[in-house]
Design a protein around this ligand. Structure first.
Ligand SMILES: Nc1ncnc2c1ncn2[C@@H]1O[C@H](COP(=O)(O)OP(=O)(O)OP(=O)(O)O)[C@@H](O)[C@H]1O
Length: 380
């Protein structure tokens, strides 16, 4: 992407954002990165990571997550801006001087060394030898439950075990920060989910600050204290998982985190904080309008599939009602996934718990209800 943007002002001195930024452990300040001197792949990155926090950079391929992580690790230099570790600007500091542990998708273990020798490697590099080193290696391998395999070579271990060795190697020298780039990408689903919990428990137990890169949203939701959602080199929203899901800041986040029906709408009026909307097919629906999207503005109404229910009888309370034939349906054990042609250009997707109603028939007309407060109005 091109770079004609003016940079926003930093937070006002004394504001809550400025105080949070000032007390944070890692800070990106107006960081921009171009590899070719023309296009910026990271645009105006302002990000503060708190001490002991698990912060995930989440976004589609090419959105600038790895580049941001590599700048923090010291493997890439920012084109503009500053990165602070504690109070120290580090953008000119060599990676080995930053006291950071790394875990990558490829385990990058030395094949000719034993597990213990691999884990001891960063200690050797730091001049820690003898029993001091042996104690640290034993402790790190104990943390990842591999003490009994210290004498094995990497080729004698499973993918999950090798990634545990890489984790032990990243933790053995008591780093102030650990960076992980898609560390579980090569593992199968079950092992990945198991390792997510294990890494999270370890991070909590050690109180370590962790910055984690993934494009897997469920992984990010499971593990993170906060998630920075990247798209096109920019952070779209930085928030706790629940906040991202419940209150996405824009259509990109609303569509990227979980599943969402994003329906084009125009704002007719806002009264008492509730906007009345005209939908693409001319029908009228309502939604809270906390951001104050202006009357006449093009907007999108976001409704999560699981927030729909089958409306029976008269509507009670402030509800949006959508009605149409079922065009597609899938039985998924605990819920039925319906596509319902309610009049817009795309059918809406509704997830109806099987405890609520079944069976459904293709072509059957259903009435979907959704609380107005479960709808979200987004600009654009
Ligand atoms: N060394 C490099 N030289 C030139 N361009 C690069 C280099 N590394 C990354 N890029 C480009 O920068 C952009 C951002 O890449 P980056 O790897 O940071 O994204 P990402 O969000 O981590 O994606 P992925 O999940 O696929 O790794 C991409 O367009 C990529 O092609």
């Amino acid at each position: 992407m091109n770079a004609p943007h003016t940079l926003p002002a930093p937070p006002k001195p004394g504001s809550p954002e400025a105080i949070a930024d000032a007390t944070s452990f890692v800070r990106f300040e107006r960081v921009r990165k171009s590899y070719d001197g023309i296009h910026f792949v990271v645009e105006d990155l302002n990000l503060a990571v708190r001490k002991g926090e698990f912060l995930t950079m989440l976004g589609p391929s090419g959105s600038g997550k790895t580049t941001s992580l590599m700048m923090l690790g010291g493997f890439e230099e920012p084109t503009f801006g500053h990165i602070f570790l504690g109070d120290e600007p580090v953008e000119r500091l060599a990676p080995e001087k930053r006291n950071i542990g790394f875990v990558f998708q490829s385990y990058a273990l030395f094949p000719h060394m034993t597990v213990a020798e691999n884990v001891a490697f960063p200690l050797r590099y730091r001049g820690i030898k003898g029993t001091a080193a042996a104690d640290k290696v034993a402790k790190a391998l104990g943390m990842v439950h591999l003490g009994h395999l210290a004498a094995r070579k990497p080729c004698q271990m499973s993918g999950g075990q090798q990634q545990r060795v890489a984790l032990a190697r990243a933790l053995v020298f008591d780093p102030t920060l650990v960076l992980m780039d898609e560390p579980l990408g090569a593992l199968d689903k079950q092992l990945r989910e198991h390792m997510q919990v294990e890494i999270k428990q370890l991070q909590r137990m050690l109180g370590i600050t962790m910055v984690y890169v993934t494009h897997d949203q469920s992984e990010a939701l499971t593990m993170s204290d906060r998630i920075a959602v990247f798209n096109d080199g920019r952070v779209q929203q930085l928030a706790a998982p629940e906040m991202l899901y419940e209150q996405p800041a824009n259509s990109f986040v609303a569509g990227f985190i979980g599943e969402n029906n994003l329906m084009p709408a125009t704002v007719d009026a806002t009264e008492g904080g509730i906007a009345t909307l005209t939908m693409g097919d001319g029908s009228r629906l309502q939604a809270p309008n906390p951001a104050g999207v202006a009357v006449g503005a093009k907007a999108r109404l976001a409704i999560r599939p699981e927030r729909f229910f089958i409306q029976v009888g008269d509507a009670r309370g402030p509800l949006n009602i959508l009605r149409g034939p079922i065009t597609d349906m899938f039985y998924l054990g605990d819920h039925v996934r319906l596509s319902v042609a309610v009049g817009g250009d795309k059918p809406v997707v509704a997830r109806i718990p099987v405890s609520q109603r079944r069976p459904f028939a293709r072509g059957e007309t259903v009435t979907l209800g959704c609380a107005v407060t479960d709808c979200r109005l987004l600009e654009g």
